[in-house]
Design a protein around this ligand. Structure first.
Ligand SMILES: Nc1ncnc2c1ncn2[C@@H]1O[C@H](COP(=O)(O)OP(=O)(O)O)[C@@H](O)[C@H]1O
Ligand SMILES: [Mg+2]
Length: 398
């Protein structure tokens, strides 16, 4: 080879090497059996395995069993029709479980006539997570909009029911002169009328109407949180102080103390050293955090084994956001529950213990009200961890 062209060959070879070795996507080649014949260094960065340990191994060894048939079918079709393949699958990371990847590849025949599949693969796990969150947010905003609309509609008739139940009680009271006067005019004794109402349980029925009405109006006032905007104004607050304030509210909440033994739960605080300011609607944010804390205490109360009941609270700053975590070592949740917890009225608790509104309200306040994110990690028997990410300029009263 003449000297000049040898030099330019080496330059071009070095350029290609630099491209392949520094690509963020994985570049690979497979023989027709599916065994790796080349793998770029990105494999180590993305999946943690040494590329040398992968060479010669079949791609099926790394892919989730449920996704292998899809990969095989797509590659077979691409080979058959001599076209590029594109397939999405889960691949094992050395220590963080499955990652979603998309591969694109083409068929290549080298100078010796040997066919190989050459392709790239890139990690789409984070993109899928965000897409799922966005879809969830859309679904929740629609559901919570409907719920808030219903709440407005039910509020007036409910007010009338409560008001008239109270009027009936007042109109048979001996303490009101007008009642005694009307009874005398029509020739009945108010004492006897009351005795009759009591003996037939009518006064008790009216009491039940009132207490059921009070419960319904508590639910309605939670539902109205779905659309509440800017009513309470916004403040710039240190989120660690806000979280501590909510712990104080929980400590003094009757149900939390008596039913769920909140005071006997160990609270571990892993707070940022410096204040973490965010612009928030304080009362709404407190409501959201209290709902999450209440669930944590309930989940702990549901566990009967002997261990130290514990809630860990964390605050930290991360790239222009404030992150809050509320982690409990309670009963945790299964996959079906996990998928549905933010839906309005979804509950696994008995009537009286839960309305299914706590997390949907928290969701609306955090996502719609503050442009934040709320996520949960949980497994049955392994507790739950709620992570809230708030932009520093959180609340937007548009
Ligand atoms: N920390 C937690 N641990 C386990 N399950 C939880 C936790 N938080 C919420 N859940 C599940 O989510 C469901 C919905 O919660 P929520 O909206 O607050 O309604 P409620 O508490 O009234 O049932 C609960 O019924 C429960 O199954
Ligand atoms: Mg709840």
């Amino acid at each position: 080879m003449p000297e000049k062209s040898a030099e330019s060959f080496y330059k071009s070879e070095s350029r290609y090497r630099t491209l392949v070795e520094n690509s963020c996507d994985i570049i690979f080649s497979l023989d027709l059996e599916g065994c790796f014949t080349f793998i770029s260094p990105a494999w180590k960065t993305v999946l943690g395995h040494d590329p040398d340990d992968v060479l010669g191994h079949n791609y099926r060894e790394f892919i989730h069993a449920g996704d292998i048939p899809r990969c095989e079918a797509e590659i077979a079709l691409a080979l058959q029709n001599n076209r590029a393949h594109e397939v999405t699958y889960r691949i094992r990371h050395v220590d963080c479980g499955w990652r979603w990847h998309t591969s694109r590849g083409t068929l290549h025949r080298d100078d010796d006539g040997v066919l190989t599949i050459i392709g790239t693969a890139y990690d789409i796990t984070e993109r899928l997570r965000i897409e799922e969150l966005m879809a969830q947010t859309g679904k929740m905003i629609m559901a919570s909009g409907l719920a808030a609309g219903m709440a407005h509609e039910i509020n007036n008739p409910l007010g009338a029911i409560m008001q008239h139940a109270q009027n009936i009680e007042r109109r048979v009271s001996q303490d009101i002169a007008a009642n005694l006067k009307t009874a005398a005019e029509v020739g009945v004794s108010l004492d006897l009328v009351r005795a009759y109402l009591e003996q037939r349980g009518i006064l008790a029925f009216i009491g039940h109407i009132r207490s059921a009405g009070i419960r319904a109006s508590e639910i309605i006032s939670q539902m109205l949180y779905f659309t509440r905007r800017g009513e309470t104004g916004t403040v710039k607050a240190d989120m660690t102080t806000v979280l501590e304030g909510v712990v104080g509210l929980a400590e003094n909440d009757y149900d939390m103390k008596k039913k769920y033994g909140f005071r006997s739960i160990e609270i571990v605080r892993e707070y940022a050293a410096a204040p973490l300011f965010a612009t928030i609607a304080l009362q709404e944010m407190e409501q959201a955090l209290l709902n999450i804390l209440k669930n944590a205490a309930q989940a702990i109360a549901d566990v009967t084994t002997q261990w130290t009941p514990r809630i860990t609270l964390r605050t930290k700053a991360h790239e222009g956001t404030v992150i809050l975590e509320i982690e409990d070592n309670g009963c945790g949740m299964d996959e079906t529950t996990h998928q549905r917890i933010f839906e309005p009225f979804f509950t696994t608790k008995e009537v009286g213990a839960g309305t299914g509104l706590g997390l949907s309200v928290a969701y609306a306040i955090i996502t719609k009200g503050h442009h934040g994110l709320i996520e949960v990690r949980s497994k049955p028997g392994e507790g739950s961890c709620f992570t809230i990410t708030l932009p520093v300029q959180g609340r937007c009263d548009e």
